[in-house]
Design a protein around this ligand. Structure first.
Ligand SMILES: Cc1cc2nc3c(=O)[nH]c(=O)nc-3n(C[C@H](O)[C@H](O)[C@H](O)COP(=O)(O)OP(=O)(O)OC[C@H]3O[C@@H](n4cnc5c(N)ncnc54)[C@H](O)[C@@H]3O)c2cc1C
Length: 324
């Protein structure tokens, strides 16, 4: 049996941030991830200045692909707005590996399946034992599924469905474009250029609304890539997009129980206007680590539910999450 003070299940931004701070607090930390890092992660890779600050990472000190946009190009029907809004793009393949290595924890490739309590400890798959257990396994997190599903059920009305691809491409336009509600999509599509000749294009929509329309996020792909071609943004003959799903922030915030904690997408923390999940994942990782290290209460109530930043957040929140 391998023993650690804390086991973090999942090495994405939520888990690596939590592990990093727990290591700094002097705990012996083991991160278990089913994937071998660096691993692909479906994500447009848009990161806010606030998330970088939370990571105590100066853009100039980040050694991998990094790009900054000083305005966003937002399209809705025939209208285009260009709000000033400083944002960054990274490649998750690189970013997540960088953060996980920086955390300084022991990392093992292992898919966690079974979790039970033994006295005050947690046992995982009869192989690992810890006092503190952090669930950072994203949408399919086994810690959430085993210990939090009943107290913090994800609402199907807040589930997003996405379809996207990141690939090497010598893009010409260094601008981040977002197209809202095209052809009735209950969501938006994106074009996000990355440094070092990569690009991410994709679209996402609210899964339940798509179902009610009798459609699927994949149905919108053809028209979307046609638009990219017509605008001269991407000329690609063969795409190979993939889908993933995650949850926007709901109203139930049961996130800790007897030394077990959930963070990031396992809680469902993505913002209700822009579906931004990296920043909230990082913040929750920091808060969970602080709670473990100091004994103070862990709460995600203070993490913003909207991205804001010059975007029409009220309108978007109403369309995506059905704002109260
Ligand atoms: C297509 C798409 C585009 C997105 N674009 C953006 C964006 O531009 N900006 C933004 O802020 N957010 C974006 N998001 C949301 C963002 O990607 C997530 O909110 C963020 O990755 C959450 O981080 P996390 O650490 O909680 O989970 P993850 O990054 O999903 O990490 C979870 C980890 O847990 C591991 N794991 C899962 N199950 C197990 C198991 N049983 N045992 C061991 N390990 C396990 C996985 O391998 C994974 O490494 C996007 C999401 C999608 C799907």
């Amino acid at each position: 049996m391998q023993v650690a003070d804390a086991i973090v299940v999942g090495g994405g931004p939520a888990g690596s941030t939590c592990a990093w701070k727990l290591r700094k607090a002097g705990l012996d930390v083991l991160v278990l991830d089913r994937a071998a890092f660096p691993r692909p992660k479906l994500c447009a890779g848009w990161v806010t200045p606030e998330a970088m600050a939370d990571l105590e990472l100066e853009p100039n000190d980040y050694p991998l692909s990094f790009m900054t946009f000083d305005e966003l190009h937002l399209h809705w029907k025939m209208f285009t707005a260009k709000p000033k809004s400083r944002q960054h793009s990274i490649r998750r393949f690189e970013f997540d590996e960088f953060l996980l290595q920086r955390a300084g924890a022991t990392v093992l490739q292992h898919k966690v399946r079974e979790i039970h309590r033994d006295g005050g400890d947690y046992i995982l798959d009869d192989k690992f034992r810890c006092k503190y257990l952090v669930g950072a396994g994203g949408t399919a997190c086994p810690v959430y599924r085993t210990l939090f599903h009943d107290s913090n059920p994800h609402s199907s009305a807040l589930q997003t469905a996405t379809y996207e691809q990141e690939f090497a491409y010598e893009w010409e336009e260094p601008t981040c474009h977002l197209w809202f509600f095209d052809d009735g999509l209950p969501g938006y599509a994106w074009y996000v250029p990355k440094a070092n000749g990569y690009i991410n294009v994709g679209l996402g929509g609210m899964a339940e609304q798509l179902k009610q329309q009798g459609s699927n996020v994949r149905d919108y792909w053809g028209k979307f890539v046609d638009k990219l071609r017509k605008r001269g943004l991407v000329r690609c003959d063969q795409y190979n997009p993939t889908g993933y799903s995650y949850f926007l922030r709901g109203t139930v915030d049961a996130v800790s129980d007897r030394n077990a904690y959930i963070v990031g997408d396992s809680v469902g923390l993505a913002t209700r206007d822009m579906c931004e999940g990296i920043g909230p994942a990082i913040k929750s990782g920091l808060l969970a680590a602080r709670a473990i290290a100091t004994g103070e209460e862990y709460s995600v109530a203070g993490i913003d539910k909207i991205s804001g930043g010059g975007l029409p957040s009220k309108l978007l929140e109403r369309r995506f999450a059905g704002a109260p």
